[in-house]
Each structure stands twice: as C-alpha cells, then as structure tokens.
Design a protein around this ligand. Structure first.
Ligand SMILES: [Zn+2]
Length: 247
C-alpha cells in the first residue's frame, strides 16, 4: 500500500518539478533549450477533468484561489463515493489520493503515535489547553479553541491527513478556532502571509480585534475575518447582515 506522504518528492514529483523550472525559470541551466525556445508549462488551467489520482477521479473545477491566479481547486469523487475538493497541485504531486478513506483504513493508533502529524495534534492541544505552555498566551489565552471532534486524534487525522513535509498546521482565519473548516497544512511562507496577530479594527472611534468585534456584534468570528480578508470595507464588514446559505 502506498504511503501518501512519501510520494511527495518521488521521481514523478521531481520530473514534474524540474520540467516546470526548465520552462519557467530563466536562471535554470536548461532554460535556454526549453523556456528560452518558447516551451511553457501551461500556467493557466490544466484540465484535470476525468483524470484519476489514486482513488480520486476529478469531476470539475471547483474554484480558483484568488491570491494565486494559477491555482485551482477541483471537485473529485472518491472510489468510496465521497466528494472532496482538493488543490490541483496537491493532486498532481500525489500528496492526496483519497477522500481520507485510505488513511482511515490504514490508520491505527499504534502506527500513528509519534509521527509528525501526531506531534502537530499534541502541540496544538498544549497551546490551547495548557496554561503552562509558553505559547498559551497567544492561543488558549486569547480564546482560541479546538473543536470537540479533535479531542480524538483519529478524527484529527481523518480530517487533516498526513502532515506534508515542510508544512505546519495553519488557521486560515487567525482569529478562528482549530476546526476542519479553518485549518490547512501550509508552508511557513504561506503562513506568514496569513498571520495577523491581534489586528485591530477601528470603527466609529472604537478599536477592537476581530474577535472582540465579532463578540460585540454577535457575528461569527470566522465570517467576519473572511469579510475583511475579501477586502470589504470596515463598515460593510461590521454592519451587513449575515446571509444564511442554503445547505
Ligand atoms: Zn474515499
């Protein structure tokens, strides 16, 4: 059985990576024979529809990441019937090859304890729950919680999968809790772009953090954070009524 986190940096991955550099990176020694002659790895949409990645078959494009115009998310259907939306480059690099059912089948507590993924879970719990932790002040101490489901490591593993090499757990909304919806694996660089410790928002002469505004106005913290991230004006973000989505 293939272990997913070991496929990252495999021969196939390296072939794809060096192809990209030969074509797109002017400093690459091979550039003059590839990119220099007009060869391109298409930066725009490379259609993955119908392609199979492990247990996943790609159904259609789900959406495009705003911050990075060439990055797409794809709707996939797993052999087990579950639907899952996954980043194109993660699919292509072989980082993800099932809806998580594969991990679930191979996961037993015994072979997961002391893996990097397990340490991530342990440290996350310590930051949020243990006042003795040096990081507590920036996490549990300022109200960052962990969803009930992640009391169980197996559940955490099911939702997040293996921790990819060179990545750590990142809360998409820095004021949001540790939940499957608000967490992803990200590189340090991606995280720096996202880190906003105690961003203060000034409105009508009151200055509060996103969390404090959310509490004051009875808006979901994550919703409010997302509005600000999307570039809404402060007034609109704080005053527009939250639409309920039909689902
Ligand atoms: Zn599945």
């Amino acid at each position: 059985m293939t272990i997913i986190h070991r496929m990252y940096k495999t021969k196939t991955y390296k072939t794809w990576e060096s192809m990209k550099y030969r074509c797109n990176d002017q400093n690459n020694p091979g550039y003059k024979d590839y990119g220099g002659r007009g060869d391109r790895v298409k930066k725009e949409l490379i259609d993955l529809t119908g392609k199979r990645f492990g247990r996943l078959i790609v159904k259609e494009v789900a959406y495009r990441l705003k911050e990075n115009g060439s990055q797409y998310y794809w709707k996939t259907i797993c052999d087990c019937g579950n639907e899952k939306t996954i980043r194109g480059d993660h699919l292509k690099a072989g980082l993800i090859s099932s809806c998580r059912c594969l991990q679930k089948e191979t996961a037993t507590k015994h072979n997961l304890v002391n893996t990097p993924t397990w340490y991530t879970w342990r440290y996350m719990r310590s930051r949020c729950l243990n006042p003795q932790s040096t990081e507590y002040e920036n996490y549990g101490g300022r109200g960052i919680k962990i969803c009930k489901r992640w009391d169980s490591f197996i559940n955490f593993f099911e939702d997040m999968g293996w921790k990819p090499e060179d990545m750590t757990i990142d809360r998409i909304n820095n004021d949001g809790d540790y939940t499957p919806e608000n967490c992803r694996w990200a590189t340090k660089i991606e995280q720096c772009n996202n880190t906003r410790r105690n961003v203060f928002i000034r409105f009508k002469n009151i200055e509060l953090t996103i969390s404090q505004w959310a509490k004051k106005l009875n808006i979901n913290r994550i919703t409010l954070g997302n509005r600000i991230r999307r570039g809404w004006t402060i007034e609109r973000a704080l005053t527009q009524e939250v639409q309920s989505h039909a689902n």
